[in-house]
Write a protein that binds this ligand. Structure first.
Ligand code: ZN
Length: 317
């Protein structure tokens, strides 16, 4: 994790080691069924057969790693979208039009190759029409899940999921390297047009309540950085679905904070929104209240390969 010089972020960075024990217990409680963050209907989840022998895998040495280490699963070539689609970010709903998004999209033509974001072992490869790994059966269509030999800073194993594939070119138990071919983009499962749905899950590969924001795990784009932040009320409670404007001389983005608690903030960052793939520069971060008046405004500096943190507290949302 790389931290720009916002005071709160600096404190967070220094405190990471000290927080590890507390974070671990927080994540442990999250893995239980519908308690707080990650709460879908627990009754909808009935995982009966594991798709691979996870117990054997977990006996391997698993080292905690920093964020921003995953490769983009789409080739970095002209003509392909290797940017995260900005219209349907993690935790967003397209202003209520779609379910809360458990991952991010890479919108590309059918049969675009999809690559492993990091080396690991395939623990699921096939359709999800008789094995529940999403909010309902046949959600991801043809899907691959890769278990990686590293863990979050809180000590829990990291998995990546690749959904809506047209073809799958790997099998369960197969070892893959960084950027090994996994399959091709399609629109299988519940998908509006061909695209890759990409997720990061921590601690439990088949449990859709255990996602994290992939933008925190993907490497910074070449010469780019990102802004992440919290948006809370005076009691420290997250303000869900709030629009946040992020602008520089060259860039204008509108993002929404996570729409409720079916997605999970990272236990280290405790973020409510992310704005990825930003060119370096000074950005005005502005939030309006419900009457259209400025409720928060601040300038945040973005540097290449750095994450800048902004802490937004609204007295009047
Ligand atoms: Zn998606």
């Amino acid at each position: 994790m790389q931290i720009h010089c916002r005071p709160r972020a600096l404190f967070l960075g220094l405190a990471i080691v000290l927080l590890n024990a507390a974070v671990h217990s927080q994540e442990t409680s999250q893995s239980a069924d519908a308690n707080g963050r990650g709460a879908f209907s627990a009754a909808a989840v009935s995982v009966e057969r594991p798709a691979a022998d996870l117990a054997a895998m977990e006996s391997d040495l698993i080292e905690p790693v920093e964020h921003n280490i995953l490769h983009r699963p789409i080739e970095l070539s002209a003509g392909l979208a290797h940017w995260v689609d900005r219209s349907y970010l993690y935790g967003s709903t397209q202003q209520g039009a779609r379910p809360v998004h458990l991952g991010v999209e890479f919108v590309n033509p059918r049969n675009t190759p999809v690559y492993a974001a990091k080396a690991g072992v395939v623990v699921y490869a096939g359709a999800d029409d008789d094995f529940l790994i999403g909010p309902q059966l046949d959600y991801y269509g043809r899907v691959v899940i890769v278990a990686h030999p590293f863990a979050s800073l809180a000590g829990r194993q990291v998995f990546t999921l690749y959904g809506h594939l047209e073809h799958i070119t790997v099998g369960v138990g197969q070892k893959v390297d960084d950027l090994s071919l996994l399959g091709q983009i399609g629109a299988s499962g519940i998908a509006i047009g061909p695209h890759l749905h990409f997720e990061v899950r921590v601690g439990a590969p088949y449990d859709f309540r255990m996602t994290r924001n992939p933008e925190l795990w993907l490497q910074h784009y070449v010469e780019h950085g990102m802004i992440i932040g919290r948006i809370r009320d005076l009691d420290g409670e997250p303000i869900y679905g709030k629009r946040i404007s992020v602008r520089s001389d060259a860039v204008s983005r509108e993002v929404y904070s996570y729409e409720g608690n079916v997605v999970n903030p990272d236990p280290v960052w405790d973020e409510d929104f992310t704005v990825g793939d930003l060119p370096p520069g000074d950005y005005q971060v502005v939030v309006l209240n419900d009457r259209g008046k400025i409720a928060f405004a601040d300038t945040v500096a973005v540097a290449a390969y750095r994450t800048s943190f902004v802490d937004i507290v609204l007295a009047d949302a």
